[in-house]
Ligand binder design. Structure first.
Ligand SMILES: CC(C)(COP(=O)(O)OP(=O)(O)OC[C@H]1O[C@@H](n2cnc3c(N)ncnc32)[C@H](O)[C@@H]1OP(=O)(O)O)[C@@H](O)C(=O)NCCC(=O)NCCS
Length: 162
């Protein structure tokens, strides 16, 4: 598996799998049009990510043969905290790819940026996503009945809980 920055042409696969009902079910979008896919690629290319507060980026998850099977979201919330998101084409669910991709993202963050705290929010019904986070060592720190979601946190270097 390879994690890389989005590039021109990725909009085709982004639209294909993000627009599937089961993929968007617990996400912030319902439909994901070709235009939205193109905008996401363009935004990413025009906004290099250096880990500074308010910066965000999107990575492609590909198999070794180049097939794009999903994408990862990375966003800086503060000098110590990042938030992540992950989306895989449902054709590739249940094979351990999600865990492998997020594990790779966490390793990349740890070796590249000084941030210690990584958080992820999921909808309460998103059991697959919860299993993934718990398996990678995340713990629940927040729960909202209003938004119907839960927040999970992982401290990359333990100790310093800032
Ligand atoms: C959440 C999501 C990324 C999980 O993807 P995934 O690849 O199925 O997740 P995992 O890597 O954790 O897969 C683990 C499953 O594969 C199975 N598996 C099979 N072979 C495996 C292997 N070699 N290694 C690990 N797990 C393996 C595990 O038993 C596990 O099954 P289970 O979920 O029934 O317990 C995916 O469902 C998704 O993209 N959903 C839509 C988007 C979304 O909701 N994102 C989260 C909101 S930010």
């Amino acid at each position: 598996m390879i994690l890389r920055t989005l590039r021109l042409g990725d909009e085709v696969r982004l639209h294909e799998y993000r627009n599937k009902k089961e993929v968007s079910k617990y996400q912030s979008w319902t439909r994901f049009s070709q235009r939205e896919a193109r905008n996401l690629v363009t935004y990413t290319l025009n906004h290099p990510y250096e880990g500074e507060p308010k910066q965000k980026t999107q990575l492609a998850v590909t198999l070794k043969d180049g097939t794009m099977i999903g994408d990862l979201h990375l966003e800086t919330l503060s000098k110590t905290c990042l938030t992540i998101g992950y989306t895989l084409d449902s054709v590739y669910w249940g094979m351990g790819y999600g865990r492998e991709a997020v594990r790779g993202l966490l390793a990349y963050i740890k070796e590249t940026f000084p941030h210690n705290k990584v958080i992820a929010y999921i909808y309460k019904e998103n059991d697959r996503s919860r299993r993934l986070l718990l398996d990678l060592g995340f713990v629940k720190f927040d729960e909202s009945f209003f938004y119907h979601d839960e927040g999970y946190v992982l401290y990359l270097r333990g100790g310093n809980k800032k």
